[in-house]
Design a binder for this molecule. Structure first.
Ligand code: C2E
Ligand code: MG
Ligand code: MG
Ligand code: MG
Length: 291
């Protein structure tokens, strides 16, 4: 302890660790009540068809809304992953998305698939597929309206187990997406071993493609490869018109990013669904976001 105080740097780290521990403890004390009080709110970010610029789907992204403040997932997801609460959170998000899809079907709208991010601990939890299936059937939804996003980091030693889980999910009829594709070390193995519907390319590829011909070539080849495997290709993190143009040039099917629309409260997304088909374009979502 004497040494600690003799070196200001060490004291700094010691303080930081203490603060982190307090922050984590505070979040852990609040999380169950927050779930019960519906403080976790599903935002939706539309995905657009690159050539027609119409809405093709959306991704559910959770926010913690507390005292009017919107807290992003980066503040709490990793804590929930470490303490296991992420399983409750992910099941809640699924429930919310199913509830919304049911509501929109009942309203006579024409809903689009909504993807949900699935944590590793949920995917390998007992009866995972049955749990998903149970919720979807309870809302009497066509399974195609729900898509699961899996990160490459979901692979662990037991590849056969994951292959079997993915097969069961597909049998139910859910769409399956590999998220942040290319950011991990087993990207090509995932493509080789898993029969999935959607490939979502990590946004770093798009960022790099703007500044390097080499990176652009890699992005183009990933798109070609995925299309050859009959997958739908989504590029995420599209922030500029120039990037959107590049995706058109590379014939990427679908795009998601701040250029088109930011993640939005579901009431706002509902308004987008309510416009007759042809005008569900990103222009209309951007207008909406100015209101
Ligand atoms: P992700 O699944 O890769 O989601 C995409 C992230 O990129 C989102 O961040 C989204 O808001 C952000 N984004 C979208 N367009 C753009 C853009 O044009 N530029 C930039 N810079 N970013 C963009 P968000 O909402 O903060 O979520 C971060 C991560 O948290 C997600 O990454 C996902 O891994 C995780 N997450 C979010 N919701 C859930 C959930 O319900 N369950 C689980 N397990 N994880 C979740
Ligand atoms: Mg995702
Ligand atoms: Mg992603
Ligand atoms: Mg990500």
């Amino acid at each position: 302890a004497k040494l600690l105080h003799a070196d200001p740097k060490v004291v700094f780290y010691d303080e930081k660790i203490r603060n982190d521990a307090i922050r984590i403890k505070t979040i852990e004390n609040m999380m169950y009540d927050a779930l019960a009080n519906r403080e976790f709110v599903v935002y939706l970010q539309p995905k657009y068809n690159v050539s027609t610029s119409t809405i093709e789907g959306a991704e559910a992204l959770v926010r913690w809304v507390r005292d009017g403040k919107v807290i992003p997932p980066s503040e709490f997801i990793s804590i929930f992953e470490r303490n296991g609460f992420i399983v409750n959170m992910d099941m809640y998000v699924l429930e919310e998305v199913c509830r919304l899809q049911r509501k929109w079907l009942d309203m006579g709208l024409n809903p689009v698939p909504i993807s949900i991010n699935q944590s590793k601990s949920l995917v390998y939890s007992k009866d995972y597929v049955d749990k998903l299936y149970g919720v979807i059937t309870r809302y009497d939804l066509p399974a195609r309206l729900i898509e699961v996003e899996l990160l490459e980091t979901i692979i662990h030693d037991n590849v056969t187990e994951l292959i079997s889980i993915i097969r069961q999910l597909r049998r139910i009829g859910l769409l399956i997406c590999i998220d942040d594709f290319g950011s991990g070390y087993s990207s090509l193995n995932m493509l080789k071993d898993f029969d999935v519907d959607v490939l979502k390319i990590d946004r770093e590829f798009l960022n790099n493609a703007e500044i390097s011909e080499r990176a652009k070539y890699v992005l183009a080849q990933i798109i070609t490869l995925a299309k050859g495997l009959k997958m739908i290709v989504v590029t995420e993190g599209v922030e500029t018109e120039k990037q959107a143009g590049l995706l058109k040039e590379l014939e990427c099917d679908t795009a998601q990013g701040f250029f088109y629309a930011r993640p939005m409260p579901c009431e706002q997304f509902e308004k987008l669904l309510s416009v007759p088909g042809g005008t569900r374009t990103f222009e209309s979502s951007r207008e909406d976001q100015l209101n």
